[in-house]
Design a protein around this ligand. Sequence first.
Ligand code: ATP
Ligand code: LTN
Length: 336
Amino acid sequence: MLDGKKVLFSGMQATGNITLGNYMGALKNWIDLNNDDSYQCFNCVVDLHSLTVRQDPAELRKRARTLLSLYIAAGLDPVKNCIYYQSHVSGHAELSWILNCFTYMGELSRMTQFKDKSAKHADNINAGLFTYPVLMAADILLFQTDVVPVGADQKQHLEITRDIAERFNGVYGDVFTIPEPYIGKVGAKIMSLQEPDKKMSKSDENVNATIYLMDDPDTVIRKFKRAVTDSDNEIRYTDEKPGIKNLIDIYSAVTNKTAGEVEREFDGKGYGDFKLAVGEAVNSVLVPIHQRMDELSKDKAYIDGIIKENSDKANYFATKTLRKVQKKIGLPERVR
Ligand code: ATP
Ligand code: LTN
C-alpha cells in the first residue's frame, strides 16, 4: 500500500513494435484499472530487459521513447501514473543482484520463456536471458506491488516472483508485499492472425500475422481480411475454430460485448462481414491513439518533463525498499 492505495506495477519491453496483443493483454488493463483511482500505478519501459537480445543502440533509444509516449497516447495519465524508464532507476539492477542470490538455477531453467527464447536465439544464450525473471521480480518487489496486470504468458514469471519474495520474507520477516497477477478475462492471449494456435508476437516474421498499434487503418483492414479462419462460414466461439475464436476475442475486447452477444450479432452473416467489422472496431481504438502520438511527437519538452519528474518519483520509492533490504541482509549502513 502507498498513501492508502494499492500499488500496481507493470512494464513492457522496448523491443520491436507494440502489438494489439500487448495492448489487449496489458496496456488496456493498466488503463482500465487506473480509472477508478484506487491504485497507485507504476508503468515502466523495461529497457534493461530488452538487452537480453542484441539491440541497435540508436534504435533501442528511439523505441524506448516511442513506447513511453505510446503509454500516454493510449490513455495513461502521466500525472496519476508514474511512467518511467527502468534504466533511470538503478534500484532495479541492485535489487536484482540481491534476489539472484535467493533464486535457484533449477527454478530458472523451468521458465518456458527462457526455453523459447534460447531456442530462437541459439547464437546468444546469455546469462541475462536466464536471469530475466529475477530482474522482473526486482521490478515488482521494489515498489511493494499488490497487483501486476500482464498477459497470460507472464503467469509463470509472476509465480517465481512470489516464490522469491516468500523465500526472502521467510528468512528476514515481512520485507516484501506478495504480488498478485491480474490477467484480464478477455484479450489475455491474442493469437497470430496467420497461425491462430500461436501467440500474436512482436517478433513474428510474417507481418500479416500481427496487428501493430501504429498500423494505418487500411493495413488493419487488409490484415483482418487475410486472417486465417476455416471453411464453414459460421461465427461460433469454440476451440475447434481457433481463427474465429481469436477474432471474437478481439472484437469482444474492443466492444465490451460477450462472446455470446457477438455470436448473436453476426448470426447468419459471413466471415467477410465479420472480419470487416473486427477491423473497423480495432481502428476505432487505434486512430485516436495515432492522433495523440502525432501531437506528442511535436512536444519534446512535455515528454522530457515527464521523464525527469517520474524517474525522480520512482527513485524515491525504489530507494526506500532497497535500503530496507540492504539493512535486513547485513550490508553496511551509509554514513551521512
Ligand atoms: P515477444 O512477442 O517478442 O515475445 P512480448 O510482446 O511478449 O514479446 P513484452 O513487450 O514484454 O513482450 O510484453 C508486454 C506485455 O504484453 C506482457 O504483459 C505480455 O503478457 C503481453 N502480451 C504479449 N503478447 C500478448 C498477446 N499475444 N496477447 C495478450 N497479451 C500479450
Ligand atoms: N517480462 C515481461 C515484461 C516485464 C514486466 C515486468 C511485466 C518486465 N518486468 C514487471 C510486469 C511487471 C513481459 O511481458 N515479457
